[in-house]
Design a binder for this molecule. Structure first.
Ligand code: SAM
Length: 203
């Protein structure tokens, strides 16, 4: 089954499944991400999901959000109606093949997305294409650890998560970012070296 279809099904349970982690950690991390977006920026959010970042969107930026799952996107659209003061445009689109012209955005944001994108390097390359020269991308992503001991549980749970959602918890996301051509300006470990905040620049 395609990842897109898996997420259409998962969209019905996504907020419930993530509720505990959202309260415990994710909400704090989302705040860190969006605080870094300066006023007046033109921003693309990739993989908006059910719209969990929407409450953190600054009012003074213009945001376009995409997701390839109709189920997830519908929930994000419904959530966005609660924030009439924010400038948000949400649409169905695949990050691997975006219809935006090149150099369209000052910032691109993705939170917990490139663990799921079927071809992550292609997705990162498309992200570079739509960023303006020296535009920034902020990625909040989980990935494989450099410590083998931490990878044991990740390898154990990966087949189940991958089968159910298409998401991989053992991706080498930092390497994928570098292989796509991004320059990493800043790297912050948020949960050991498994969850990272990566600030990148189009060079
Ligand atoms: C784990 S969810 C994260 C959702 C949201 N960013 C969050 O922080 O809660 C991953 C999302 O990425 C979307 N996604 C995965 N691959 C994609 C692609 N190629 N193009 C667009 N969206 C994609 C999925 O549909 C899903 O909504």
């Amino acid at each position: 089954m395609k990842t897109q279809v898996k997420y259409d099904i998962f969209s019905k349970f996504y907020d419930l499944v993530e509720e505990y982690m959202e309260e415990k950690s994710f909400s704090k991390w989302r705040k860190i991400v969006w605080e870094r977006v300066p006023p007046g920026s033109k921003v693309l959010e990739i993989g908006v999901g059910t719209g969990k970042n929407i409450p953190y969107y600054p009012n003074d930026v213009e945001i376009e959000g995409i997701d390839f799952s109709q189920g997830m996107l519908e929930r994000a659209i419904s959530r966005s109606t609660k924030y009439p003061d924010k400038k948000i445009k949400l649409m169905r689109m695949d990050v691997s093949n975006m219809s935006f012209p090149e150099s369209s955005f000052d910032f691109v944001i993705a939170t917990f997305v490139f663990c799921t994108v079927p071809d992550p390097v292609l997705g990162f390359k498309e992200t570079i294409r739509v960023l303006k020269p020296h535009g920034k991308a902020i990625f909040l992503e989980h990935m494989r650890s450099n410590k083998w001991i931490y990878n044991i549980p990740l390898y154990m749970i990966n087949p189940v998560i991958k089968t159910l959602t298409g998401t991989s918890v053992i991706r080498k996301t930092k390497e994928n970012i570098l292989n796509s051509g991004f320059k990493i300006l800043e790297e912050k470990n948020l949960f050991s070296d498994i969850v990272k905040l990566l600030i990148c620049e189009k060079i």
